[in-house]
Design a protein around this ligand. Structure first.
Ligand SMILES: [Mg+2]
Length: 230
């Protein structure tokens, strides 16, 4: 029995990024899609409600926090005002994905084909609630099951060490792991450093670091063939 079970375990893994990888923003970017504006509005009203401030007061608070924390407003509000990060995410990022994202035709088919051979996991710095909304909209949540790692906690790709324990955790050799994403700094370079194969999703840019570049995720099958992972 043990033998059968082992044989069925997948020993190849693909790590997907989500934003800009599994879908494109309408208009081509976070900003142009209008999502950036919506998030800023929601952040403002979150501060108004939680700290009992006017709209202008909330704007001033957020402006000051940005000078110190950049885009990490959730962390800023937690550290400076004791507002729970989770509450911030659940309020600010609970937006309807279909307004802001463009889905790739055939994505579901392509990924479910890969799922027969590879273990598929999703690692995103985005809040869990946004991930749930997007995967729901794309109709692919079932493919990742429990294998979704969000940016809700203290581990984020932007910190540079998010991938470090993946190989041990899944007991899969680094050269049998493929990282797929649209950001060289967070999706590709840390993965290369660990000996993973890498696929950059980018319409414009050739990559000097990724093993392969493709225009969008629907071209992934041919890219994977180049790796010869049997
Ligand atoms: Mg991305």
């Amino acid at each position: 029995m043990e033998y059968t079970k082992k044989k069925l375990l997948k020993d190849k893994l693909i790590i997907f990024d989500m934003d800009g990888t599994l879908y494109n923003f309408k208009g081509g970017s976070f900003e142009k899609s209008g999502l950036k504006k919506r998030i800023a509005e929601n952040a403002n009203s979150f501060v108004q409600i939680k700290l009992n401030k006017t709209k202008d007061e909330a704007s001033k608070i957020l402006k000051v926090l940005r000078t110190e924390y950049g885009d990490n407003i959730s962390i800023a509000l937690e550290e400076k005002f004791n507002l729970l990060r989770k509450d911030y995410f659940d309020y600010v990022w609970d937006v309807e994905a279909n307004i802001f994202i463009e889905t790739h035709k055939d994505l579901n088919n392509i990924l479910s084909k890969l799922d027969k051979e590879f273990k598929l996991i999703l690692i995103s710095d985005a809040p869990q609630i946004w991930i749930d909304n997007v995967l729901g909209q794309l109709g692919i949540a079932y493919l990742f099951e429990k294998e979704i790692f969000s940016g809700d906690g203290n581990n984020r790709k932007s910190f540079g060490n998010r991938f470090n324990s993946i190989s041990q955790y899944y007991n899969i050799l680094p050269e049998r792991i493929i990282s797929v994403g649209d950001q060289e700094n967070t999706d590709i370079i840390p993965a290369c450093n660990l000996g993973f194969k890498t696929i950059l999703i980018s319409k414009q840019k050739q990559s000097s670091v990724a093993d392969v570049r493709i225009e969008d995720v629907t071209k992934i099958e041919d890219a994977i063939k180049l790796f010869n992972i049997s």
